[in-house]
Design a protein around this ligand. Structure first.
Ligand code: NAD
Length: 249
């Protein structure tokens, strides 16, 4: 019996990086995982790899900025599985630019994916969770949703929005037995940070602030997601789970 046995779990941005790691771990713990992503090739490969390892996984094509696509994905899951138990709002994009270098189009794009996508996904998934009698929504923010740093104005503003949107949704959705929490990763080794971590100046500066003095593996964040997805966190609501190797300490 896995820790999320038979739960239907929808993960946005589940094709690569941390989303993939969450899918792999939750499938090992018994979940039926739906990996929803714009990258169909990577998403299908990830779903096939999880199935080859004995788990249950499907790929669904999704651009989180499309309200219509979210609805299609949720409707498809309800048709096949009856309901959704867990939504991991994980898809996100990074913009490493300071205030004065950020164009209006770049600002809008970051907010479209990181915030509006989460709004659409949450609103689409709630009725499907109510069919299950409740559920858990896990919003992936960042340490940059808590503290300031250089070269990340739009990204930080978006992740701060995710942090407070999680609390607002926790208040709104608790009457439906839907728990909402946010996860705040620090420096994690994924495709998103590959270029940054290969720059010695960035790597040294980031790791100097990280008490563990290393980036995390994606699966180290997945353990926090697993806890929030499982019934072990049944009384955890509106919390900020920081997984940052001590960066914000
Ligand atoms: P990643 O870039 O490695 O993977 C992101 C995934 O999201 C990819 O599969 C990509 O195809 C998908 N995606 C991007 N735009 C999408 C869209 N419009 N619709 C659907 N899918 C889309 O990123 P990651 O490092 O795994 O980050 C996952 C989440 O964690 C993001 O929200 C990110 O902001 C956050 N985060 C990352 C770090 C880090 O150090 N890597 C730290 C803190 C928070």
């Amino acid at each position: 019996m896995g820790r999320v046995q038979d739960k239907v779990v929808l993960i946005s941005g589940g094709a690569m990086g941390m989303g993939r790691a969450h899918g792999e771990l939750l499938a090992r713990e018994g979940a039926k995982v739906i990996l929803a992503d714009v990258n169909a090739k990577a998403g299908e490969e990830t779903a096939a790899a999880i199935c080859a390892a004995g788990g249950k996984a499907e790929f669904a094509s999704l651009d989180v900025t499309s309200e219509a696509q979210w609805q299609q994905v949720v409707d498809g899951i309800v048709a096949r599985h009856g309901h959704i138990n867990v939504l991991v709002n994980n898809a996100g994009i990074l913009l490493s630019k300071s205030l004065m270098d950020t164009s209006t189009a770049e600002w809008d794009r970051v907010f479209d994916v990181n915030v509006r996508g989460m709004f659409f996904g949450t609103r689409a998934a709630v009725p499907a969770m109510q069919k299950a009698g409740g559920g858990s929504i896990i919003n992936i923010s960042s340490i940059y949703g808590i503290i300031g740093a250089p070269m990340a104005t739009a990204y930080q503003a978006s992740k701060g929005a995710v942090r407070l949107m999680s609390k607002s949704c926790a208040v709104d959705l608790s009457p439906f037995n839907i728990r909402v929490n946010s996860v705040h990763p620090g420096v994690i080794d994924t495709p998103m940070t590959k270029d940054l971590l290969s720059q010695p100046q960035f790597r040294e500066a980031a790791l100097a602030l990280t008490l563990m003095r290393r980036p995390a593996r994606p699966d180290e964040v997945s353990q926090a997601v697993l806890f929030l997805a499982s019934d072990e966190s049944s009384y955890v609501v509106g919390a900020e789970l920081v997984v940052d190797g001590g960066y914000t300490t």
